[in-house]
Design a protein around this ligand. Structure first.
Ligand SMILES: *Cc1c(COP(=O)(O)O)cnc(C)c1O
Length: 351
């Protein structure tokens, strides 16, 4: 990127005076806090959470091996996506570029913020068309989204290709690594240290098993983090979430175990699915789900719903025609899925 980050920031955000909370002005312990109109009873939840999430970011920094001032913590990665639009895209004027098919929130946030959304189709083998991505950008492109591993295609992209795009455009390049823990590829976290327009998103919702607490992070140049923090709600990550995340960061053994099991099950489910006569393709996956092309996606989807097994019908998504997206569950859940599909084959395919 040739531009300075400042030049990409919306003018009203550059000049923003952020809300200063009571705890911003004095936060040391041991004091009698009569500054925030809190209730003195019901400790510790009577107190507002740390708006800067200092301890949480310190621990995340240690685990992820990136400096704490390069970390933004949000109410899911979804908050980070929305904030990036609000910081870097002028409503009614700017645009965002994204690979397609990909995660639906990029477009929803573009629509909410009145930002034009330009999709650049992946190649038919789901590989990245770097030249077309670069060519889709102009001076009004604020953000460029690449999800890797990609939802719903389940493949990932070579870091060199992503960095080539980031080097060639004057937009902020957002790499969504929600599924990175299931991939053999290396994260681009370290690349954010030298690439000032690169933002890497990660989440506690998948490998960490904490979708319910709503915690996502963005890692980027400290200036980008500062602008995102200026725009966010002061108390965007609540006390319970910070507490639960700190606990999870302390002992990562369960996460490693879960990932190992999910990877074993991904292999097993993939192998079993390939044996069904109605299955045309099980695409190679670097994520915790499989994209599966089948002969009659709607019939199978409905059959599974009838068995109280819910998968995601992606068959009307461009490049995913005929495909279902199936999350890897526990061994017992996967047994249920495969049993149901055996019954489906017997009753609907063989007869
Ligand atoms: C699941 C998912 C997320 C996670 O979003 P959170 O708001 O952190 O729960 C982010 N990006 C993609 C592509 C996902 O599939």
């Amino acid at each position: 990127m040739k531009l300075q980050i400042e030049e990409r920031v919306r003018k009203n955000i550059r000049n923003l005076v952020p809300y200063s909370s009571a705890r911003d002005e004095y936060s040391l312990g041991g004091a009698v806090f009569l500054d925030a109109n809190e209730n003195p009873y019901n400790s510790p939840y009577n107190r507002y959470p740390d708006p800067h999430q200092v301890l949480l970011k310190e621990r995340i920094a240690a685990v992820k091996n990136v400096p704490a001032d390069r970390i933004f913590a949000g109410n899911g990665s979804d908050e980070a996506i929305d904030l990036l639009y609000r910081v870097f895209c002028e409503p009614g004027r700017d645009n965002a570029v994204a690979i397609s098919p990909s995660y639906g929130m990029y477009r929803v946030c573009a629509d909410v913020n009145h930002i034009k959304y330009r999709e650049v189709s992946l190649n038919s083998d789901y590989s990245l068309d770097t030249q077309r991505l670069i060519a889709a950008c102009d001076t009004h492109t604020g953000l460029l989204f690449i999800c890797s591993p990609n939802n719903p295609t389940s493949n990932s992209f070579a870091p060199e290709e992503i960095l080539e795009v980031a080097d060639s455009v004057d937009a902020i390049v957002v790499v969504d690594e929600a599924y990175i823990d299931f991939s053999p590829r290396e994260s681009l976290l370290n690349a954010t240290l030298s690439c000032s327009n690169l933002v890497v998103l990660q989440t506690f919702s998948k490998a960490w098993g904490m979708a319910g607490i709503r915690l996502g992070i963005a890692v980027a140049d400290p200036l980008i983090i500062r602008y995102m923090s200026m725009v966010k709600y002061p108390y965007n990550v609540n006390s319970l979430t910070q507490e639960m995340a700190l606990r999870a960061l302390e002992d990562r053994a369960p996460v490693k175990q879960w990932v190992k099991k999910i990877l074993e099950q991904r292999e097993r489910v993939s192998r079993s699915l390939k044996k069904f006569r109605f299955v045309e393709t099980v695409f190679p996956s670097d994520a915790n789900f499989l994209l599966v092309k089948v002969r009659d996606p709607r019939e199978i989807y409905d059959y599974l719903v009838g068995q109280q097994i819910i998968v995601r019908d992606r068959s009307r998504v461009a490049l995913c025609e005929g495909s279902l997206r199936i999350t890897i569950g526990s061994e017992a859940e996967n047994d249920r899925l495969l049993d149901a599909l055996r019954e489906y084959q017997r009753d609907f395919v063989d007869n």
